[in-house]
Design a protein around this ligand. Sequence first.
Ligand code: PLP
Ligand code: COI
Length: 338
Amino acid sequence: MKMDWKNLGFGITKTDYNVRCWYRDGKWGELEVSSSQEISIHMGATCLHYGQESFEGLKAYRGKDNRIRLFRYDENAKRMARSAKGIMLAEVPKPLFQEAIRKAVKLNEKYVPPHGLGASLYIRPLLIGTGPEVGVKPSKEYLFMVFVMPVGPYFKEGFKPVDIMITRDHDRAAPLGTGHLKVGGNYAASLTSVAKAHKNGYATALYLDAKEKRYIDECGPANFFGIKNNTYITPDSQSILPSITNMSLQEIAISMGMKVEKRAVPLAELNEFEETGACGTAAVITPIKKIYDPDENRTYTFGDGKDPGPVTTKLYEELVGIQYGDREDKYGWITVME
Ligand code: PLP
Ligand code: COI
């Protein structure tokens, strides 16, 4: 195996093993290890017809000491449990979720990229309804899987500012819909907006609230934040995914002596931000230099329109420093693998 660690993008790479667990007759079975990338399910499975599926995304990081670190994976377990409740999937108990993650990482240890290259092992837990139903109802059987792959930055720019575009003609999520859950349907609903942004040369789409189109929701596969007057400001909305990265940045901002505001963020406030960014596991922190609003035919520019701003840079260095074990984890976020 010869990996080109430095040029990894965010894509599928085959690794050696994945883990699986079936839910049948009202209970979870044993965790199984597989080296096949395929699954065999009934063509009537509820995940295929009615989108009864949830996934998660987290990463394993290799430190200078060569040890492998997981970042806040208890939070992913909790979020997947919330998603399960929201669309009536069988809930994966936290100990099973965490054991599956550790096992999938351990079995594929050699695919965790070396320290210092900005790459990591992306971990994708997936929970699907496998039982056949043709009426709209929850499945009686479920499959929980975890597969992993080494990745580089989600946005090819890495920690370089990107330009994004507001889209108003499609909504990713309804106000009382499933936007706050990590379920596949939200991503299907976002594809046209993201494709439109790409077609116009933008890294991704900025979604506004579906009801009034007056407030910022989130930003492609990531949450949005803005910085002004030593304050970290991030949208509070029922239809955005509560990002674990964002939660962590809010705590880091406070410990850097900043104020944090989680509240509705009117679009008009874009005029006032000194810096803006998108944050998430895959996106890490992706600084935003320009936001184009095609309906108003205007562009908001942040910072010098070229480099990441000073606050975004400080937040990024602290977050990534903790994840790779280069900075002290005073929050207790890291699990070092045995
Ligand atoms: N928003 C959406 C729509 C996402 O898909 C993700 C990725 O998981 C995030 C935000 C960021 O969440 P997290 O920081 O927990 O990865
Ligand atoms: C992540 O950041 O882990 C995500 O799940 C985003 C993904 C849709 C690429």
